[in-house]
Design a protein around this ligand. Structure first.
Ligand code: DOR
Ligand code: ZN
Length: 356
């Protein structure tokens, strides 16, 4: 059987993006909006997006920065802090400003300084969310100095996530950007209220990509890429056909000078070739027939949102990823910089992005 040359799928969504704000947002937003009908927009701005008012204003700034004629819906997220008010979360969810709330353990990653110091402190917020069906999005890493950075996700499952899921069985939980075999197994073994996003980078690279032959800051993100067995487990999960796994790029742009530094920022800018990167993995795994569910169906079904209308078409053709993108005085290095991918987007998505 010859492999298909073109693959047309329902227009997908990105369930985890960092769009940033101001000039960086203006330079990166079009990459996400040209591929995806909707995106879950991370709230780790400075200051973080903690109130309904701040989320509404941020959403408005995103809509104003969109290229003309592009139909794209940003889905906003509340940033949880020790002081999160259950009433504010519930009001934002009821008013359809907040699609979800995000748990950043304090100091786990970029923009998490105001995060949660102890999950017990947000118990009232989590109970309210469970009651109203508001999803909790989790950055799943412990921050204890004595825990090796490569073990932080697995330890988080044992110490925090497993007890949480056991104690609040109604709570919808998205375990974001999973990086380990343990995480994939945990999600599979949990009820239908627990799902996970998987990034392109964690499907493509293991930790050697960061460390062999020199230190490569553009392969550094958090949670950090792990050993090869974990990458293989994630590829298996993503392409398994399980409805618990869906697309979330975690595209996280940082100016090149803040990546290529003595203390470089965590984050991989994968938005420009995100679909091409994912479909390459599904192709390599012989699972092109499962790509549409992962990219366009499992996410909205978990969130209880309609599937998008319209389609995107990918075609088998060589595409060279540029070494960098420049926008104003900002330079960004994309994931796969300098590589040739075997797929490219063929047809722009139709303008009808979301269903009713
Ligand atoms: O690599 C990362 N970058 N991981 C995160 O959790 C945050 C993100 C960012 O905001 O740059
Ligand atoms: Zn993220």
């Amino acid at each position: 059987m010859t492999s298909p040359v073109k693959l047309t799928i329902r227009r997908p969504d990105d369930w985890h993006v960092h769009l940033r704000d101001g000039a960086v947002m203006a330079g990166v937003l079009h990459w996400t909006a040209r591929q995806f009908g909707r995106a879950i927009v991370m709230p780790n701005l400075s200051p973080p997006v903690t109130s309904v008012e701040a989320a509404s204003r941020y959403r408005q700034r995103i809509l104003e920065a969109l290229p003309a004629g592009v139909d794209f819906t940003p889905l906003m997220v509340a940033y949880l802090t020790d002081a999160s008010d259950p009433d504010e979360l519930a009001r934002g969810f009821a008013e359809k400003v907040f699609a979800a709330a995000k748990l950043y353990p304090a100091h786990a990653t970029t923009g998490s300084a105001h995060g949660v110091t102890d999950i017990a402190r947000i118990r009232p917020a989590l109970e309210r969310m469970a009651g109203i069906g508001m999803p909790l999005l989790v950055h799943g890493e412990v921050t204890d100095a004595d825990i090796d950075v490569f073990d932080r996700e697995a330890v988080f499952i044992k110490r925090t996530l497993a007890p949480l899921v056991r104690d609040l069985p109604e709570l919808k939980v998205v375990f974001e950007h999973i990086t380990t075999e343990e995480a994939a197994q945990f999600v599979l073994a949990s009820g239908s209220n627990v799902a996970a996003t998987i990034t392109p980078q964690h499907l493509h690279i293991n930790r050697n990509a960061m460390l062999v032959g020199g230190i490569r800051p553009h392969a550094y993100c958090l949670p950090v890429a792990k050993r090869e067995n974990h990458r293989l487990a994630l590829r298996k999960a993503a392409t398994s056909g399980s409805a618990k796994f869906f697309l979330g790029t975690d595209t996280a742009p940082h100016r090149v000078e803040t990546k290529e530094a003595a203390c470089g920022c965590a984050g991989i800018f994968n938005a420009p070739f995100a679909l091409e990167s994912y479909v390459t993995v599904f192709d390599q795994e012989g699972a092109l027939d499962r790509f549409e569910a992962f990219a366009s169906e499992n996410g909205p079904r978990f969130y209880g949102l309609p599937l998008n209308e319209g389609t995107v078409t990918l075609e088998r053709a060589a595409v060279v990823v540029p070494d960098r993108f420049e926008t104003g005085d900002i330079a960004l290095v994309p994931f796969h910089a300098g590589e040739t991918l075997g797929w490219r987007m063929a047809v722009q998505p139709s303008t009808s992005a979301t269903g009713t």
